[in-house]
Design a protein around this ligand. Structure first.
Ligand SMILES: N[C@@H](CCC(=O)N[C@@H](CS)C(=O)NCC(=O)O)C(=O)O
Length: 221
């Protein structure tokens, strides 16, 4: 196996890497980091990623650096450069910037408000109960995805997928954030264009195989 992936069944950021590996026909041995038990804050894991967050990817190919690769979007870009086919980014420079901008709406502006460390702070320091936390998740997911819906429904550069008619990096990032609403059963307003793209992604084996409930350690549905 060429890669090792530090992961947890339900994480949005690891899902991105799983889908990209699947799309590119790559495999990784997964090491479970139990986020509920707090294993991401163990000394062993902090030596791998001082942020205490997954994913982390180790490149086991002969002659490659064993230093862990972290940050899901950096890992997606790494995989794209190391294995250019099938491409997850368009060729044109402006189109590439558009896709990266769509990705950042989700991975930089939306998802960082959701991870366990944010919940831990809000519930232990700011007096949030479970209902307030769910309202927080719903609010920020709705804010990010509504803006995303607005962009992909009005810009002709979007078609069957977030960018054109070929699945790519923006679809991976979109699916990773929609996944949060699915896992935690959060009610979001209707978003027809997002839903249509997600329906197409759901039908692709690379996305279907990365579904949280199919991963090791996931509870039975
Ligand atoms: N920007 C990072 C985010 C990583 C991240 O926050 N991962 C979450 C899981 S989706 C995590 O491990 N959180 C641990 C925690 O919050 O304690 C990336 O894209 O890799």
């Amino acid at each position: 196996m060429n890669f090792e992936l530090y992961s947890f069944w339900r994480t949005s950021a690891t899902f991105r890497v799983r889908v990209a590996l699947n799309l590119k026909g790559l495999q990784a041995v997964e090491h479970d980091v139990d986020l509920v038990a707090g294993q991401q804050r163990s000394a062993d894991f902090l030596a791998i990623n001082p942020m205490g967050a997954i994913p982390a990817l180790i490149d086991k190919r002969p002659g490659q650096s064993p230093a862990p690769l972290t940050q899901s979007t950096a890992i997606l870009e790494f995989l794209e450069e190391a294995y250019p086919a099938p491409a997850l980014l368009p060729v044109d420079l402006h189109e590439r910037a558009r896709v990266r901008s769509l990705c950042a709406m989700l991975t930089a502006d939306t998802h960082p408000l959701m991870p366990p460390r944010v919940k831990k702070y809000l519930t232990s320091v700011s007096g949030f109960d479970e209902a307030a936390w769910r309202a927080w998740q719903t609010h920020w997911l709705t804010t990010g995805l509504t803006a995303f819906e607005q962009r992909i429904s009005t810009d002709r550069a979007s078609a069957d997928y977030c960018h054109g008619s070929q699945v790519g990096m923006a679809d991976i990032c979109l699916a990773s954030v929609v996944m949060i609403a699915r896992v935690f059963k959060l009610d979001l307003p209707a978003m027809p264009t997002v839903d249509a793209v997600m329906q197409r992604c759901d039908q692709l084996p690379a996305f279907a195989r990365a579904a949280p409930h199919l991963q090791q350690g996931a509870p039975k549905l």
